[in-house]
Design a protein around this ligand. Structure first.
Ligand SMILES: [Zn+2]
Length: 280
């Protein structure tokens, strides 16, 4: 059932939730010391293991159901009420503003951090949404998708992670469905490290995150968390309604390197999932 709420009310609610979440975002201690600034930047959003922090993974004793017990810093993974990902089946119609994209070319910097393959983006690209600017930090991938729509997962999901000057996070999720080769990935999929290790820079390969987006950038929006420990909340999620394609060969290359790396869906609880009103 689709209920309609005015944007003003929801906007306020999101603002209130964001304030509360910003406080919890500051609560976890800094990421453990790491060999390089690039890795440190990675840890600001999706911490890697193996640098002194607790080891976590996607199966067995260090799997998602156990994350909260691995470290006190990870307790939100267990007790947080605004966790991600979620299944999106119930929506609140709202008048939502389009995202304004300001993505530029970036030389390829790619790292296999043990949990995903991540492309660290050069400074100067970002998005503006609801009057707020968020800088693009990095893009990374999950297989299968973490979010689901009406209970259905996609083959993979791309996350574009952004941060505002105030430290607020915004992540764009793009569902990836089996189909044609993804042309935007073709540029660098071959340079994907097959094992965890330090970041590699390939100056001659230029990527543009704009090419990774669907042609229609309409989105579902909700307030959630990082989908990896420490599961910090206060993350603005924008999940694209339109998927992009990815070929079986491209999926295989990723899963051979990383394996499956999707956190199961979390309870929606009292949250709104905003969807554009009909005609938007
Ligand atoms: Zn992610």
């Amino acid at each position: 059932m689709r209920s309609s709420v005015t944007y003003g009310v929801v906007g306020c609610l999101i603002a209130m939730l964001a304030v509360g979440a910003a406080a919890s975002e500051m609560a976890p201690p800094p990421a453990p010391a790491s060999p390089g600034a690039q890795v440190a930047a990675t840890q600001a959003t999706e911490p890697a293991s193996g640098h002194g922090g607790p080891t976590w993974g996607y199966a067995g004793a260090a799997g998602p159901e156990r994350w909260a017990g691995l470290s006190r810093d990870f307790e939100l993974c267990g007790i947080g009420a605004m966790q991600s990902p979620i299944d999106m089946s119930h929506f609140n119609g709202a008048s939502v503003e389009p995202i304004v994209f300001d993505y530029k070319l970036s030389p390829l910097e790619i790292v296999h951090n043990g949990h995903t393959v991540q492309v660290t983006y050069a400074p100067g690209s970002g998005i503006t949404v609801e009057g707020k600017r968020f800088e693009l930090l990095q893009a990374h991938f999950h297989a299968p998708s973490e979010h689901s729509l009406g209970g259905r997962q996609s083959a993979m999901e791309l996350h574009l992670v952004h941060k505002s000057a105030a430290g607020e996070l915004a992540v764009i999720g793009v569902m990836m469905e089996v189909g044609e080769d993804n042309m935007a990935l073709r540029e660098f999929w071959g340079a994907m490290p097959q094992q965890a290790g330090p970041a590699r820079v390939e100056e001659r390969i230029l990527i543009n995150a704009r090419d990774m987006l669907p042609s229609d950038t309409g989105y579902y929006r909700y307030m959630g968390s990082l989908t990896t420990p420490p599961c910090s909340e206060g993350v603005n999620w924008f999940v694209m309604r339109q998927p992009v394609s990815i070929s079986l060969a491209q999926i295989k290359r990723f899963t051979a390197a990383v394996g499956e790396n999707a956190r199961p869906v979390q309870p929606v609880n009292q949250r709104f999932v905003l969807a554009p009103l009909t005609g938007q």
